[in-house]
Ligand binder design. Sequence first.
Ligand SMILES: Cc1cc2nc3c(=O)[nH]c(=O)nc-3n(C[C@H](O)[C@H](O)[C@H](O)COP(=O)(O)O)c2cc1C
Length: 381
Amino acid sequence: MLSPASISDYRELARRRLPRLMFDYVDGGAFEETTLRANRADLQRMTLKQKVLRDVSALDTSITLFGRNLSLPVILAPIGFAGMMGRRAEVQAVRAAEKAGVPFTLSTVGICSIEEVRRTASEPFWFQLYMMKDRGVVGEILARAAAANCGALVFTVDLPVLGTRYRDIRNGMGVRLSALSKLKLAWDFAAHPMWAYDVGVRGRPHMLGTLGDVLKDANSLGALLAWTTTALDPSVTWKDLEWIRGQWKGPLILKGVLDADDAREAVKTGADAIVVSNHGGRQLDAATSTISLLPKIAEAVASETIILMDGGIRSGQDLTRALALGARACMIGRAWVYGVAAQGEAGIAAVIETIRRELRTTMALIGKTRVGDIDASVLQG
Ligand SMILES: Cc1cc2nc3c(=O)[nH]c(=O)nc-3n(C[C@H](O)[C@H](O)[C@H](O)COP(=O)(O)O)c2cc1C
């Protein structure tokens, strides 16, 4: 490939650059990956209506979200351990996002800490929270996110337990390995020297992020991984959302809502926005695709809250489809990680610009000059 053009080209570059274990961790989904595939397939099935002879010489892709102007209705989604795909990827991502005029969301389990990202950022970035059993730790993290002036808190609620991803198990992740398997793993890493040097040597991934500062006994990546699976609180309920609402003064976004009644409950409990998300098909396999559920949820709560969506967004056309069905903006997950794995910060920038270019071309061809005007009328019936 002489020059990558689409997000799937960045995916291919990421596949070549990353050890198999890492690529599969990003690319894979839960169990049989039915939901992972459905997110993409259901988007691709939707067709758009071409409209001609409209003046489309001036296109406006910007929106306002929580008082901030975004140049594009896109947010970089929280990605755990992103810093294993590119050198301190969270820092590269916040830089690329700021330059592109879109928000970046730092995961609870990012390789870089809140403070490290804060040192790079010149604008507020978003922070994502998982509920952990130890509310003291949660409170401490929230205070750090507030001190870092994070622009929004994304509370992810579709992970009371960690989904089972067969690709990860097959690749030995979280599994006791035989000597031969360890050798194979070492070979996989050694066969990707560019990644090993970039991430393993220059990236110093042993310098752990937000949780590394809290956990005195989790001083290695393996320990952090093990700790994460036992620290998540499966007893989390709506009461905890109320508790968080009391702690967090800024915009609060509930991520992982797939049901209209849950969406209504989120609004009632004080969330300022929801993300219609199935965690990119990584949690409940057999869950319906997010694009299929979006209209029902929009019908239930669009007049009362801000609806964001993610899952399978790989192009400006996908973005248009989601906006048409009621999303104000979309999070992109794997797309930006493919970018950082392929080409670092420049790769993330290229991924965002690719989506921007595709959105602009699509808007021109459907005869819409402002993203805010994209509605169900752009869909071919
Ligand atoms: C490798 C990987 C790690 C993720 N880690 C997190 C995380 O730490 N927190 C979170 O809320 N969501 C996490 N997600 C889910 C994403 O935020 C997002 O919902 C999903 O990737 C959207 O689907 P897409 O990848 O098809 O765009 C992760 C997704 C991937 C692919």
